[in-house]
Write a new protein. Structure first.
Length: 436
């Protein structure tokens, strides 16, 4: 049966000016005045920068000197996206990888400043050890952008700068490291949670609305609810990992509810032990990370840790650049027809990167979370793949081939596809691979 979507609804997902306007109007409708003011500031930014630069007259000579020095040294300025941990980690690491690979001006002298508020103080400390960061860079950057001819002095950031479309993470060394004192603090932190020195552990995480509702309470975050899921669906996977000899650490800075488990090897770090430092240390030292589509998994990524994403609602956001990465997606239930959309329908109707929960509501579609069994199966597959004991059957190869023949990779998110969608997930959901 063909999906029943009107021409007007289908048009809202096609690229162009009208979908852009509809997208903006929908976000404003959901978010109210805070979103309207934020968007107005974005569209009026050039004028805002010009007016602000007039208030920063003492920095005009600095900009002129910087430009005069360009024949001898190129000095550039730009922000670190410090407000969101995914961008703070991923964008910054890939900036350094691009420089290592000769994809950016290697001899430019780049000076950064932090966006406020900074989401994680430990990550801030570690980036400042290897980057030039100064508060004074911000007013200089504002003046430079406001004056004509300043583009060469702006640190460039490509679209989707936290997606490794060039496969750089596999061929460049990691850039962050812990000092001996930080290593000592990290080991003490593990022992305080009951994890002995040298014991392997995995990190797991479920995204919920609590973090953004707490850190940015004036904004309405309901437009991202389709990305949330229940932490309780992760418990069977955590139990299985403990049976295999791992500790399982529930991650999160601000979470909706505590874990319900009596297993001493499953640690509710988010509610009992959380700190900015251990957020980074745990992601850097885990065996692998399993969790929803959220910013924290980018910390594991930059430390070259394998990531298994579950409950992926934005299909294009799969981390496909690492052959050790796995993912499974939410399923989309068509209420009127009482069935799930196939992968073909999802991509044909441009539902592969839905950013607003209202887009699903308009089409009477309900995103359905992965089951505990699906998450557990993915964790087991990840463990066995990393140990080299995973057995891929001919059926698995055929199912993977069928999925990737349907998948339409957006070049902003993907280079060479190396990751896998969960094998058991495909086995149990073969109907999603149907052509209609």
């Amino acid at each position: 049966m063909k999906i029943k979507i009107s021409n007007s609804e289908a048009g809202s997902f096609r690229k162009g000016f009208i979908p852009f306007i509809r997208h903006q109007a929908s976000e404003i409708h959901e978010g109210g005045w805070p979103v309207l003011l934020r968007k107005a500031r974005t569209f009026l930014m050039p004028l805002y920068r010009l007016l602000l630069s007039l208030l920063l007259l003492p920095f005009w000579p600095v900009v002129l000197i910087v430009r005069a020095l360009r024949p001898f040294i190129l000095i550039r300025f730009g922000p670190l996206r410090s407000k969101d941990i995914g961008h703070f980690a991923g964008n910054t690491e890939l900036y350094l990888c691009r420089r290592d690979a000769g994809m950016d001006h290697q001899h430019a002298f780049d000076i950064f400043y932090h966006q406020q508020p900074v989401c994680n103080q430990q990550l801030k400390i570690m980036w400042e050890r290897i980057l030039h960061v100064s508060r004074l860079a911000r007013p200089v950057d504002i003046v430079n952008r406001a004056l004509p001819g300043g583009k060469k002095h702006v640190i460039p950031e490509p679209p989707r700068a936290d997606f490794d479309i060039h496969g750089l993470l596999l061929r460049t060394p990691l850039h962050l490291s812990f000092t001996p004192e930080e290593e000592r603090l990290g080991l003490e932190g593990l022992q305080a949670m009951g994890i002995p020195e040298g014991a392997p552990f995995v990190c797991f995480h479920a995204r919920d609305s609590s973090y953004h509702d707490t850190t940015a309470p004036k904004r309405n975050w309901r437009h991202t609810d389709h990305r949330d899921s229940s932490i309780h669906n992760h418990v069977p996977a955590a139990e299985e990992m403990t049976r295999r000899g791992y500790f399982a650490v529930r991650m999160g800075a601000v979470v909706k509810e505590p874990l319900q488990t009596t297993n001493p090897m499953i640690i509710d770090y988010a509610t009992k032990y959380h700190s900015d430092f251990m957020d980074i240390y745990l992601c850097a030292r885990c065996y692998f990370y399993i969790g929803d589509q959220s910013g924290l998994d980018s910390v594991a990524v930059i430390f070259r840790k394998p990531v298994a994403n579950v409950n992926l609602s934005q299909f294009q956001r799969a981390k496909t650049w690492n052959p050790d990465n796995l993912f499974i997606t939410k399923k989309l239930w068509l209420r009127e027809e009482h069935r799930f959309l196939t992968f073909r329908e999802i991509f044909d109707w441009h539902l592969d990167d839905v950013q607003l929960a209202s887009q699903y509501q308009q089409l009477a579609i309900e995103p359905v979370e992965n089951t505990p069994e699906e998450i557990k199966a993915l964790a087991m597959e990840m463990d066995e793949r990393l140990k080299g004991t995973w057995q891929t059957t001919e059926e698995d190869k055929e199912l993977q081939k069928r999925f990737w023949s349907i998948y339409k990779p957006n070049k902003l998110f993907h280079g060479k596809i190396l990751a896998h969608i969960g094998a058991e997930f495909l086995r149990q959901n073969r109907e999603l691979l149907n052509e209609s």
